[in-house]
Design a protein around this ligand. Structure first.
Ligand code: GDD
Ligand code: MN
Length: 355
């Protein structure tokens, strides 16, 4: 159990140090704001979300010259494409609604959108997500640095989108620290900004954890893939049974992604190598350590060992009392189940979960 906790806690402490140093040095950011952006929104049955999404994109692109928005619909049967077409764009948005006719997977739609994009910068974004004010500008500003190849967001729950500051969870902190070290291997489909020619050169998006996987290849190319503090997105989270299925599938994709990204470790650029090694360890190995420790403790406890019973009680109390520990434990469970599910194979197209 101690071993399970030591690597993440050590990493967390190192991350905090990196961030503090980074903040003190002012974290250089160029002031240039890029215009000329194509926003690609893949949709499958997003009737209830697409108008909010387009309005949000319109707000965010205001004052940036003309922007192109491509909605690429994978054969929705709820009329998403028609609803998107009924939206009246403001003068600065050029809307294109493309219909794939049938569902072929998110990454296929994104690649189709990429091939049709005409602007120099492309931003991929999920239809069930929203950007906090100023996020697009902040993302493009960060992307204008010559060493940065991909920009992604930090996440906030939808209901506190308006809160200015304060809320930073564990995972956002890690993503920001990794970005300061070199690159984060975990990027979010809610906002992936990249130069169009780079995305094409890298061969576009791949199935599974398409967002993180693209960030990984950007980092492997020597450019940086970074999450940026002022780039904030929120997504709708399903409730009840749908939540478990949704988290489970994402964890499954992450496990498969890290297992394959690990092969690049020897060739990874210096600053990124450590990040990749630790994150792969945290996703692939560490959950199993906790499981093994739990099994041993339970065995010992059932034989009446007092120390084992005490440690088990302590672990149970920690998980019950500390919300971060609880979400950590939940994630470990999803990662274990995800790894087991991957043995049976994973699907490139997933069931739409109601949100
Ligand atoms: N055209 C098309 N075709 N769009 C699709 C398809 C498809 O087959 N499947 C999903 N989409 C769209 C959805 O409508 C949404 O806009 C976006 O792709 C993300 O799909 P969600 O169903 O909302 O996925 P998620 O939020 O649970 O998935 C997260 O993890 C994935 C990896 O497991 C996101 O971060 C994704 O970006 C990521 O790929
Ligand atoms: Mn989603």
């Amino acid at each position: 159990m101690l071993m399970h906790a030591s690597v993440p806690l050590g990493y967390y402490a190192a991350a905090l140090r990196v961030l503090r140093k980074h903040k003190a040095s002012g974290g250089r950011v160029s002031e240039e704001v890029i215009s000329g952006v194509t926003i690609v929104v893949p949709t499958y049955n997003e009737r209830n979300n697409i108008i909010d999404k387009l309005n949000n994109v319109a707000d965010e692109t205001k004052g940036m010259g003309e922007s192109e928005v491509i909605v690429i619909d994978g054969g929705s049967d709820d009329g998403t494409a028609d609803v998107a077409e009924s939206w009246r764009p403001p003068p600065w948005v050029r809307l294109r609604v493309l219909r794939e006719g049938l569902r072929r997977g998110k990454h296929v739609a994104e690649n189709e959108g990429l091939s049709k994009a005409t602007e120099d910068y492309v931003v991929f974004t999920d239809a069930d997500s929203l950007w906090a004010p100023g996020s697009l500008r902040a993302a493009l500003r960060a992307l204008s640095r010559s060493d940065v190849g991909l920009v992604t967001c930090v996440k906030r729950p939808l209901n506190i989108m308006e809160v200015e500051s304060g809320y930073r969870d564990l995972y956002n902190m890690l993503r920001l620290a990794e970005s300061a070290m070199h690159s984060t291997p975990i990027a979010h489909g809610e906002l992936i900004a990249i130069r169009r020619d780079l995305a094409i050169k890298l061969g576009g998006l791949r199935p599974g954890a398409d967002d993180s996987e693209l960030a990984h290849r950007v980092a492997m190319s020597g450019l940086r893939a970074v999450a940026v503090d002022g780039v904030i997105c929120a997504e709708k989270v399903p409730r009840g049974q749908g939540y478990v299925e949704w988290r489970g599938r994402r964890a499954q994709h992450l496990v498969a992604y890290f297992a394959s990204a690990l092969r690049d470790l020897p060739r990874a650029p210096r600053g990124y190598r450590r990040v990749l090694a630790v994150e792969a360890y945290l996703h692939l190995v560490n959950p199993w350590l906790a499981l093994a420790a739990l099994a041993l403790l339970l065995a010992a406890a059932s034989m009446g060992q007092l120390l084992a019973i005490a440690v088990l009680a302590l672990v149970a109390l920690t998980v019950l009392a500390i919300p971060h520990a609880r979400s950590w434990a939940l994630m470990q469970t999803f990662l274990i189940v995800g790894a087991l599910r991957n043995i049976r194979g994973r699907s490139e197209v997933w069931r739409k979960v109601e949100k």
